[in-house]
Design a protein around this ligand. Structure first.
Ligand SMILES: Nc1ncnc2c1ncn2[C@@H]1O[C@H](COP(=O)(O)OP(=O)(O)O)[C@@H](O)[C@H]1O
Ligand SMILES: [Mg+2]
Length: 585
């Protein structure tokens, strides 16, 4: 992620999770904790019951205690089962609700961020945050919420029982504990770092895959299957290496802890053995103690393991919070107004802009697109035509100069209002996975069938639409795969026309059309442009020639400006040269 590079502290992360997400669930969590206490108490009760069962029932052969003791054991397990069911359900539900909330927030954040952010981060990385990171968080949150309370509680009860039974034995048993704890602390940091690497690597992998799927035609045409397979395969291997490292770190605690526990039990048996031999302790007491210690070992192990999941989860939350903390750069300025434009002209004044810090895409660009007229932008590829159009709806903010629409500085218009005044057909058209009608009416709440058809007719799209199996109800596949390039362009022009905005921006919107369709659209735009301001980027002579004004760009500067005939008078002008070459970029 670019832009932010802050390291979150564990305590800050946890505090934020609690403050922003856990707080509303406190009553429910409290209830779950209560159930955990009950479940833990039942585990301790079972360990405690071993003493009378061994000493009274089995050793002293007290017949009348057989049924009550056996029933007590059953009751302890039954109650523990019910309490576990209750707290597991409550905590899991809470965990899933919190995670869904975080996903909603991420989506909302993505929608609010501007194009700069989306250029800096690939779609693979961004979707990975919502899907993979949040899944890791979900596991951590759910595991932590169910596992942490339950195991800690069980541990507390069992340890209390052990100290109650014999504090010397307990001290012997727990002398190794600080070493185990120190180990957990050391390993935690490493696990968190590896977790970050794994999540990043998953992002890279999806990035590569998305690229391959989108460009599959090129991959096949250029015979690059093996090359792409290797490229994606390298990411898979890299991911594998990180994942194995995480497992190695996570399991490192096992041999260490086992040895510590073996040592502890050894000490308990030696000390307890001598105590029993001296008659200071009964077999039942020692067995009950060992049972409690063995039962305590399980939650201890789980807590150590839980720590792994928790560290992974914290690593993931760090990445998720990083996104949630991003601020869009293009935002409404203070005092920005809603504006309804009527026949606005578009005035570029000394506009300077660069996508990256190095170099300008536009350098002091000034021109006017007159109201009710068609202005054509022409120039070689990379001269800044698309950039000019991108700046009008404020996809990016200017670095210098100003753009005014009908006398209003675009920086002082509310973004939503500004964009509602503009219909844009961009170079990269997206057809959404929906019906033809919905695609044309995209972004409009209220439209009539009549208007949709009218727009489709104006865009020369009506005929091919009614030829489709379900007409306007035909579903268009992912990214409009069922349509030809020209059909996609006509749909997007219909979409722009239906928007009925006073400003129409067309970025090579007719490049994939045959001459026939282009003429049709040209004609309807002729009618359409009345009362509107149209800026077109085109590389067809016919489109450009008929424009009211032509602005010629070169290397981010306006080099020539005027109507076709005037420009043609400059013999060695860029326009003349381009025109003679057929005006193709
Ligand atoms: N998203 C972007 N990030 C960085 N540079 C860009 C981006 N889009 C365009 N550019 C650069 O800005 C310049 C102008 O591009 P553009 O306006 O797309 O040209 P045209 O539409 O005239 O072909 C080019 O040098 C191009 O490389
Ligand atoms: Mg372009």
């Amino acid at each position: 992620m670019q832009g932010t590079n802050k390291e979150f502290k564990t305590s800050a992360l946890v505090a934020r999770l609690i403050r922003d997400y856990l707080k509303p669930y406190f009553p429910r969590i409290l209830l779950a904790f209560l159930l955990m206490v009950i479940a833990a108490a039942m585990t301790a009760a079972f360990a405690k019951l071993i003493e009378p069962i061994l000493d009274e029932v089995l050793n002293n052969k007290q017949r009348h205690l057989i049924w009550p003791m056996a029933s007590a054991v059953f009751a302890a397990f039954a109650i523990r089962g019910l309490a576990t069911y209750g707290h597991t359900l409550l905590m899991n539900k809470t965990g899933h609700e919190i995670i869904a909330q975080i996903q909603h927030e991420l989506i909302e954040k993505y929608m609010s961020l501007d194009l700069v952010f989306f250029h800096q981060n690939t779609s693979g990385q961004l979707s990975s945050r919502i899907i993979n990171d949040v899944t890791v968080m979900r596991n951590a949150v759910v595991d932590a919420m169910t596992g942490f309370g339950k195991n800690l509680m069980t541990l507390v009860f069992l340890v209390a029982l052990m100290f109650y039974q014999d504090w010397v034995l307990s001290l012997i048993a727990f002398v190794a504990l600080p070493f185990g704890a120190a180990f957990v602390v050391v390993i935690s940091k490493k696990i968190r770092r590896v977790s970050g690497n794994i999540q990043g690597e998953i992002g890279h992998l999806s990035e590569v895959l998305i690229q391959i799927f989108q460009g599959i035609r090129q991959v096949k045409a250029y015979g690059q299957e093996k090359f792409e397979q290797k490229r994606a395969g390298e990411r898979v291997d890299q991911l594998k290496r990180h994942a194995i490292k995480a497992v190695r770190l996570g399991t490192l605690s096992v041999p260490f802890n086992e040895a510590l526990v073996g040592l502890a039990i050894m000490g308990v048996i030696v000390y307890g053995g001598f105590q029993i031999a001296d008659g200071d302790m009964t077999t039942g007491q020692l067995m009950s103690f060992i049972a409690a210690f063995s039962l305590a070992y399980e939650p201890m192990k789980k807590l150590a393991k839980l720590n792994n999941a928790l560290q992974m989860g914290l690593g993931a939350s760090e990445r998720v919070f990083e996104i949630l903390d991003q601020q869009p750069q293009v935002v409404d300025q203070r005092g920005a107004k809603n504006v309804t434009l009527k026949k606005p002209d578009i005035v570029f004044q000394d506009v300077t802009f660069g996508y990256e810090d190095d170099g300008y895409a536009l350098n002091g660009v000034s021109f006017t697109a007159d109201k009710g007229k068609v202005t054509a932008l022409v120039g070689p590829s990379g001269s800044g035509k698309t950039t000019c159009l991108n700046l009008i709806p404020r996809f990016y903010d200017l670095q210098g100069g100003s753009i005014e629409l009908g006398g209003h500085d675009i920086a002082k218009i509310k973004l939503k209002s500004l964009r509602a005044n503009i219909a844009l057909v961009s170079q990269d058209i997206t057809i959404f996975d929906d019906t033809v009608r919905a695609n044309i009416a995209y972004g409009l709440q209220k439209t009539t069938e009549k208007d949709v058809i009218k727009a489709a007719k104006a865009a020369a799209a009506h005929e091919f639409i009614v030829d489709m199996p379900d007409g306007y109800d035909t579903r268009l596949g992912e990214n409009g795969v069922k349509l030809s390039g020209g059909q996609r362009q006509r749909l997007s022009i219909a979409r722009a026309i239906l928007r009925n905005a006073p400003i129409l921006l067309l970025d090579e919107a007719t490049s994939a059309l045959d001459n026939e369709s282009e003429k049709l659209i040209q004609k309807s735009l002729e009618k359409f442009r009345k009362g509107r301001t149209v800026v077109v980027i085109a590389h067809r002579l016919s489109t450009v020639k008929d424009a009211d004004k032509i602005v010629v760009l070169n290397e981010g500067r306006v080099v020539e400006e005027g109507a076709h005939d005037a420009l043609m008078k400059q013999n060695d002008g860029i326009y003349t040269t381009m025109y003679q070459a057929g005006l193709k970029e």
